[in-house]
Design a protein around this ligand. Structure first.
Ligand code: SF4
Length: 111
């Protein structure tokens, strides 16, 4: 069994229900295809705390990321909503680095 989480863009939550991510996960398509023969537990669906948020100065944001880091996850998938004009949001790149440093596999992509 794999335990995973999905990270998305806070701005995107204004228009996104997360349905496409969960559909791809449930059908084991696109970035979730490698789990085709596995049971997957989705342990968290979380997002950044908005443009300009900073893990070094925002205690609540740091607490959220630390909680995710301590969840014994196999992987965190990052939604394509975090890509703008072909470039990953720098806030997300920073979170991804934090997660990688904690030994969590970071996978760019959901649906
Ligand atoms: S910091 Fe990046 S991921 Fe977060 S809301 Fe802003 S654009 Fe979206």
């Amino acid at each position: 069994m794999k335990t995973i989480a999905i990270l998305s863009c806070l701005k995107a939550t204004a228009v996104c229900s997360g349905a496409a991510c969960f559909s791809a996960l449930n059908k084991r398509t696109q970035s979730f295809a490698p789990y085709r023969d596995e049971t997957v537990e989705i342990a968290a669906f979380f997002h950044c705390n908005g443009c300009g948020c900073n893990i070094e100065t925002d205690k609540e944001y740091a607490e959220k990321i630390n909680r995710v880091k301590n969840m014994a996850l196999d992987a965190v998938h990052i939604g394509k909503c975090t890509i703008n004009s072909g470039t990953e949001c720098s806030t997300i790149t920073k979170i991804a680095g934090e997660l990688s440093s904690a030994g969590i596999q970071v996978i760019r992509g959901t649906h």
